[in-house]
Design a protein around this ligand. Structure first.
Ligand SMILES: Cc1cc2nc3c(=O)[nH]c(=O)nc-3n(C[C@H](O)[C@H](O)[C@H](O)COP(=O)(O)OP(=O)(O)OC[C@H]3O[C@@H](n4cnc5c(N)ncnc54)[C@H](O)[C@@H]3O)c2cc1C
Length: 314
């Protein structure tokens, strides 16, 4: 495998795609999760077909908490690779798997032509605050999985980064050292946990450059979630352990109103505006790519892209 190998003239590595796209416009990418039923599957494919002509740099597919979506993740990334022109990135988590199972999983992705992997430790079922229990024959930290994947072939590896610091990190210094260790182990880029304060992203970038200028030159791709529902974002934030700044939460709560059912139209307006303003600031600050957590919906992300002059809205 060559890092510049191309299908239809397009590079097949995330970093090459980003670098190529940067010449004329800041690229974007989208994140899907493996659907649980037929309706959700149809929604994912509607979103995939919507984004395809907009040429996102890549599309990533998550791996369910505790390793619960193994077969669905493999199937969906395989179909995206085989049936679309999108560049799929498979999330792969260590949690709940022995090393033998992880090797087999990497092989299953490779069999389907998937060479871009986002390598993670994974959260226990129920979220980041639940107790982490290492599989008896498994791995403790993501850096070990980066090393394992790299030893198995010429995979293009990305890792997670955390603008606010990982909730279980001792402090920001350790958090930065861990990210640098994952990059030194061979990861080519990182994608951040979703965040709502651009300053947190800029501080993370500064910390990595200060800790190791060589690794600091690797892309840190900001993860964004256009908010369309207060209850959904609250759930996402709780699962991931990130924070909604008080000012943002105030605006969303006011928009939601005090009725029994939140005013989704108003929340959505605020959420799209927040994501647009954050995206523009990130572009101005030189972010290498904008990564949107779509929850398998195209509309909110497309509205943000349209506001940025990057796509037409559905
Ligand atoms: C972009 C993105 C995508 C994600 N996708 C998924 C997904 O698909 N499925 C899923 O289940 N989860 C996903 N997650 C969540 C992720 O798995 C969790 O945040 C997890 O808790 C940490 O994963 P990690 O790969 O950063 O772990 P690690 O890098 O291993 O870090 C885990 C913790 O261990 C600490 N640590 C690392 N090394 C050491 C050491 N030597 N000594 C002491 N402490 C150490 C770190 O500071 C951190 O607190 C995603 C996160 C992001 C940002």
């Amino acid at each position: 495998m060559s890092s510049t190998a191309s299908a239809g003239g397009q590079p097949t590595s995330v970093v090459d795609r980003i670098r190529l796209a940067e010449r004329d416009r800041v690229p974007f990418s989208v994140e899907f999760y493996p659907p649980r039923d037929e309706a959700a599957e149809a929604r994912l494919w509607r979103a995939a077909r919507f984004f395809e002509p907009l040429s996102p740099a890549f599309v990533s597919v998550t791996y369910g908490a505790g390793g619960s979506t193994r077969d669905r993740t493999i199937r969906v990334v395989g179909q995206l690779a085989g049936e679309t022109t999108l560049l799929p990135v498979a999330h792969l988590t260590a949690v709940g798997h022995s090393v033998a199972e992880l090797r087999a999983l990497v092989g299953a992705f490779a069999d389907r032509g998937i060479t871009n992997l986002l390598v993670l430790r994974g959260d226990p079922q129920g979220g980041v605050h639940n107790e982490w229990v290492k599989h008896p024959d498994g791995l403790e930290y993501a850096v070990e999985l980066v090393e394992l994947v790299r030893s198995l072939g010429d995979f293009r590896v990305g890792v997670a980064s955390f603008p606010e610091g990982h909730p279980r990190a001792i402090d920001l210094e350790h958090d930065t050292a861990n990210l640098v260790a994952k990059l030194r182990a061979g990861a080519q880029y990182s994608i951040t946990q979703m965040f709502f304060d651009v300053e947190d992203y800029l501080r993370l970038r500064d910390r990595v450059v200060a800790a190791d200028p060589e690794q600091g030159a690797k892309p840190i791709i900001p993860g964004l979630m256009p908010i369309t529902s207060l209850s959904t974002v609250r759930r996402q934030v709780e699962l991931s352990g990130s924070q909604i700044p008080a000012g943002v939460l105030d605006r969303l709560t006011t928009a939601a109103g005090d009725g029994a059912v939140e005013n989704r139209d108003e929340v959505r307006k605020v959420g799209i505006e927040l994501a647009t303003v954050m995206s523009q600031r990130l572009i101005d600050e030189g972010a290498p790519c904008l990564h949107f957590c779509t929850l398998n919906f195209a509309r909110a992300t497309s509205e943000v892209l349209a506001n940025l002059g990057m796509a037409v809205s559905v």
